[in-house]
Every structure is written in structure tokens, then in C-alpha cells.
Design a protein around this ligand. Sequence first.
Ligand code: 5GP
Length: 216
Amino acid sequence: MSELPVSKGVLTVVSGFSGSGKGTIIDILMKKYQEYALSVSVTTRAPRPGEEEGREYFFRTREEFEEMIRTDALIEYAEYVGNYYGTPRSYVERMLSRGKNVILEIEMQGAMKIRKRFPDAVLFFVTAPSVEELRRRLVGRNTETAEVIAGRLAQAAREANVMLDYDYLLVNETDKAEECADLLHGIIRGERARVRNNAELIRTIRDDLNKDQDPA
Ligand code: 5GP
């Protein structure tokens, strides 16, 4: 009998308003479940204090980034608040073929490019339950000036319509990040069980069954 092939992982996009708690949800998901790989993006923005090369981002110059665009080394990229952000192709392809679900934590323009290029990708949008709650979380972080918070909320207002183009909405109530992570995981497990995501496995089972029917 043939080895049963590993089914391909699900390309999973997670976007959300600043203050939605998407980072916490992804952290929980990665710690709790083994079948996920988090893609590390390339960016031209400067590292923030505490950020490390290769952990939060790969930090590159604009020239280096544009070279990656030219050589098709990114599966998507976007310009966001004056900087480039992009997803390296090689890691994503390698992990998907190993059966890992790959998480892309990216903004909306990039998400919509993924939607077009990878129609089987599953797109999640994370939000706080209300705008008051979103504002409260941004203020509560105590790390940003009033001006930056107003900027983040203005950005959220611009993004609001695009929510409709996602597949799933994760409403992250206060202290419920783990529930959101579990919900996301359940949905991805469902996606993996889809017949179209298991074509190779089905072929193998069918071929092995047919072999058994051959006269010896
Ligand atoms: P930050 O500068 O705060 O780390 O990220 C700014 C925004 O860029 C966030 O919404 C983040 O999700 C998004 N982002 C991070 N990496 C990528 C990427 O590879 N592609 C795209 N399109 N957006 C990204």
C-alpha cells in the first residue's frame, strides 16, 4: 500500500483593526496547536524597540524590497503608511506542502491580492465588538499618542467596507481571545476536510482499492 500523502495546508489570512487583538489570537493559536506556521513578512519600515530581524519582520531597504518584487519572491505586497510590506513566497510554499496551515497577518490590500491569486485561501477579519471598545483598547495600551490613536481609528474607518470581502468575522470580546483562536482553528479544520483539499489522498485511496481488485 502507498503511504497516505499529507493533505496540503490551508493558506489563512488574518487581518483586523489596530486594537482588535489579532496578535493575541495568533499567539494563542500558535502555542496551542501544532499544525500552523506563521509567515514572517519583509518590510522597509524601521524596527521598533524590541523587534528582531527574522522574528517580527525581515527588515530590508526599498532597493532590496523592489528587487524581491522584480524576482517574484513575494506572493503579495502592499504599501502601507509609506512603507512596503510583503510575504516571502518560499516559506509559504514549503510549509503548505508539508501540511502546515500558513498564517499571514497582513493588511487588507494584501489580503485581497491573496484572495485573487489563491482562491482556496481562507480570510478572517478580527474586530472588537464595538467602536467604543476598540477606542478603549487603543487608549488603554498607553503606548500611543492621541494623534496616533486618531490616525488608527481613521484608518479603521477607511477599512470598514472591506470587511465584507472576507470569509469570516472573528468578534474578539474582552478576555475572549482564546475562544476566537479555537473558533478559527475549528474553521480551518473544516476547510482541510473539504474534498477539494484532499484530492491526492482520494486518488491514493482509489488507486490502492483498484490495485486490490487486480487479479494476482
Ligand atoms: P506594523 O508596521 O504595525 O507592524 O504593520 C502595519 C500593517 O502591515 C499591519 O496591518 C500588518 O498586518 C500589515 N502587514 C504586515 N506584514 C504584511 C505583509 O507581508 N503584507 C501586507 N500586505 N501587509 C502586512
